[in-house]
Write a protein that binds this ligand. Sequence first.
Ligand code: SFD
Ligand code: AMP
Length: 652
Amino acid sequence: MSEYTFGNPEVVEEECDILLIGGGMAACGAAFEIMKWAEGTGLNIKLVDKAAMDRSGAVAQGLSAINTYMGENDPAEYVRYVRGDLMGITREDLVYDVGRHVDDAVHNFEDWGLPIWKQKGDEGKKLRDGGKPVRSGRWQIMINGESYKWIVAEAAKKALGVENIRERIFIVRLFTDKNDPSRVSGCAGFSVRENKIYIYRFKTCLLVAGGAVNVFRPRSVGEGTGRAWYPVWNAGSTYAMAAECGAEMTLMENRFVPARFKDGYGPVGAWFLLFKAKAMNAFGEDYQEKNYELLKDNGYDRYAMGYAMGTCLRNHLMMIEMREGRGPIFMDTPSAMAKLAETMTPREIKHLEAEAWEDFLDMTIGQCGVWAGENIEPDKEMSELMPTEPYLLGSHAGCAGLWCSGPEDLPGTPDHYHWGYNRMTTVNGLFTGGDGVGASGHKFSSGSFTEGRIAAKSMVQYCKDHPDIQPELPMSTDEIVEEIYRPVRTFLEHKDYTTAIDINPHYITPKMLQFRLQKIMDEYVAGVSTWYQTNRQMLEVAEKKMVMLKEDSLKMRAKDLHELLRAWENYHRIIAAEAHMQHIKFRKETRYPGYYYRADFRDINDEEWKCFVNSRYDRNTGEWELKKVKWKPLIAVGEKEPEGMKHMGPDL
Ligand code: SFD
Ligand code: AMP
């Protein structure tokens, strides 16, 4: 079988001061920012992305809104919003830090060519010059964003220099230092196009490889496999690689279950907020209004105050209808469009129809496919909504991630919120941003970019403070190659044992392993098949099955580079899944109804659980250590911005 000649990879070894791992919003923010601070230092800075930066990450298909823009709002109010949406427990220092800096990111995007909708009379006037954006919600502004990622990536590449960027390198493992296990020293990965392994040594790195998708069995199976809301190519690398080198994680029990247009996974924000559409049950009832009182049952109403009900609570009210047989849930697009059209000219109505399509054409083109394929004209026919399978992420309406040091200049911040450099994890030299930073959701694209910028500044400072670090890897090159190419070796060694390449007692295909993981998570760890419910016993079964799955994961095969990628993605998903499962087991309450339910602890229990849950993974023993960490509110309820917390503007 001469086609299988990729068994002995070439090894490329490189050294740099700072490595950015990922090429998404946070990485682009870092790449854009870092050269300003590094000027004159001689620091060598590189970036590696698993894909091509122009279209990599969650913003690949573009977006139609920027969901975090302060404008006239006060960042303290933003903290209140995020805190409310995430059921009370957030790192308010980190959230505030994003809020005070995020607008400058958006102004830059506009300078680089991103079209931002403006209110009548302000067309052509930039945000920077006081141009008023079209707001869909209090925090969200509308854009024509099909090319959003191209635009941002172009600026990042220009700033960092294309010669310092390598695309299509999938990083699979981070290393602590041979002589100092509290410090990161390098990483290794492989090219997804060539038979090459890459090994990097560095003083510090920014690990921003996005969230985790396809950990749970998706609603799209069979003919729909491959459709998901969040990007399928983000496989939990951020969480897994950080956990494997001992970084503390926080709120990994949290997940995001977005309500989406069914089957196409089209986002609902523009429909709810801009078009003012209403969702209803099969009998035309507004279930949010109808079920509101039920929130009192388990103390869920405590977090339904203020101007917006949290995302998970909106899900909860919808799920009651679906569980009790009053689905489907519909988004009433025709009424919303008819209402808007009442005051419009025929030309404006045509434009409105175009906008309804463009919302998805700009961001989730598959939804247009569903509409076209099912003959749905949104001004004439309603569309179904559906809560999706769970995703692990820290930048959208979720807050799973790594425990990070925050800014030091905010009054009232407790000592355990900062121990070093802003956005550094508990492993020295290991920084993160975007989906990587836990306990501070609702950053979205602009906030993730902003966090990349914040981390970039800190990383340069870290290098200046530690000029003498000589990173040394704890493994030899041969050992690293052996580990990364294990699935390839397994395949080459056993492929001739059977005549059917996919059927072999000596190996498991990455696809089958992924199905196994998804089945476990779906059926025992509160996936769609149990309507997001679990309990201690179910989690214990999952844990047992996971041990075997992990054992078998060492027998994954890779018959080509694509499968090698799939194999390692699965490995990352398993670690992320384990963290999620362990955290859900530890937190004995239902903190996020509508995201998941602990059926054995249905209430929100503020007395015992208004705290972070943090964990550490020991790669050598496979053990998880979990603990409660004190939460502290920094922004008072319903007051103006506290003294000393002034909007800081663009200067980081
Ligand atoms: O409509 C490795 N998001 C929205 N944000 C908004 O501001 N407005 C919206 O309208 C948003 N909506 C939305 C959003 C996302 C998606 C998928 C849809 C709709 C359909 C959220 C933002 O996009 C999100 O918050 C940020 O992009 C997060 O930024 P970051 O940097 O944390 O993640 P990334 O951009 O996905 O980038 C990850 C990068 O890592 C690379 N990578 N590289 C090397 N080695 C590995 N092992 C790697 N693994 C991954 C990736 O290639 C990528 O470059 S709406 O729903 O609300
Ligand atoms: P989505 O399209 O669902 O990802 O949402 C985009 C933005 O709108 C996010 O900031 C959401 O939190 C917000 N959003 C979506 N639906 C609603 C709603 N019904 N009420 C308030 N905010 C919403």
